[in-house]
Design a protein around this ligand. Sequence first.
Ligand SMILES: CCCCCCCCCCCCCCC(=O)SCCNC(=O)CCNC(=O)[C@H](O)C(C)(C)COP(=O)(O)OP(=O)(O)OC[C@H]1O[C@@H](n2cnc3c(N)ncnc32)[C@H](O)[C@@H]1OP(=O)(O)O
Ligand code: UBL
Length: 273
Amino acid sequence: MEISVGQWILIAVLILVPLLYEWSATFKYFCKMAFYNGWILLLAVLAIPICAVRGRNVENMKILRFMLLHIKYLYGIKIEVRGWENFSLKEPYVVVSNHQSELDLLGMMEILPNRCVPIAKRELMYAGTAGLACWLAGVIFINRKKTDDAISVMSEAAQTMLREDVRVWVFPEGTRNHDGSMLPFKRGAFHLAVQAQVPIIPIVMSSYKDFYNKKDRRFTTGKCTVRILPKVDTRGLGSDEVPELTESVRKMMLATFLELSGEPSQSRDACSQ
Ligand SMILES: CCCCCCCCCCCCCCC(=O)SCCNC(=O)CCNC(=O)[C@H](O)C(C)(C)COP(=O)(O)OP(=O)(O)OC[C@H]1O[C@@H](n2cnc3c(N)ncnc32)[C@H](O)[C@@H]1OP(=O)(O)O
Ligand SMILES: CCCCCCCC/C=C\CCCCCCCC(=O)OC[C@@H](O)COP(=O)(O)O
């Protein structure tokens, strides 16, 4: 039997890819990240027709959550959740959490409360099938390049939360932070909570440093602890108190992050570097 050039190439790829995957941590990192994004885009293809039946609706977030929950098993990431009791509020609230990487999606889906939608950068809306799935699930998109637009979308969100009994999840660092600390917090989430006069629930995901590092191109299996902290009340607070509120919540989250990540306190504050 004669083997064609194409078949030789296929055989070489089938042999080389697994070898490279085993030998090179960098190659493994890129494969795992590519699969992560590709898999989510593919899952979104399945999610879209199911979500479309209801139209744009925050209840669709349950479908996305259900479809994404298994990914932690594919990647061998164990997620331990502490503080479930702090999620037992009936009323709307604003969740704020630290943002290390796109892998935060795993911790987020592990604990995402009912009727809770994230605030995301507008660019995500154009991320193909994932963008459409997010839109159908009621994800709130903001244009970070236009502060006034972002603020008005968030002010509208304050009204929607109360009118439609919706919870909102915000990453107050405003961008992914891969350096194992916490960036200074933007104030949008805190203005939102004060405008709606709803509590804030801080969430801390421990450092991924033992299993994931974007700079070193390292991605192995590992464990992440997600801690749900007690609610912070905003009743009676006005916009003048937002800066202090922001700082006190960040301080509490940073202390928890360092504790969960096994780091000495005070050593890793991105604000004091
Ligand atoms: C099958 C599967 C399919 C796929 C499923 C996937 C589903 C999951 C999707 C998850 C997506 C998660 C994506 C995460 C992200 O995209 S994070 C990035 C976007 N989020 C944020 O940026 C939120 C945090 N940012 C803020 O809060 C900012 O403050 C912002 C509102 C965006 C404005 O930012 P910026 O332009 O940089 O301005 P400042 O922060 O400097 O603010 C300027 C002044 O305005 C005041 N301010 C801010 N917000 C408000 C407000 N709402 N009301 C009134 N005033 C406000 C702020 O305090 C500043 O004034 P002072 O300096 O304090 O005087
Ligand atoms: C909690 C993370 C949610 C990730 C959901 C990604 C699912 C999309 C899958 C494939 C589409 C590829 C587009 C990748 C988009 C990554 C989303 C993300 O993590 O947004 C980061 C955003 O916060 C802050 O953006 P920057 O760190 O400022 O750039």
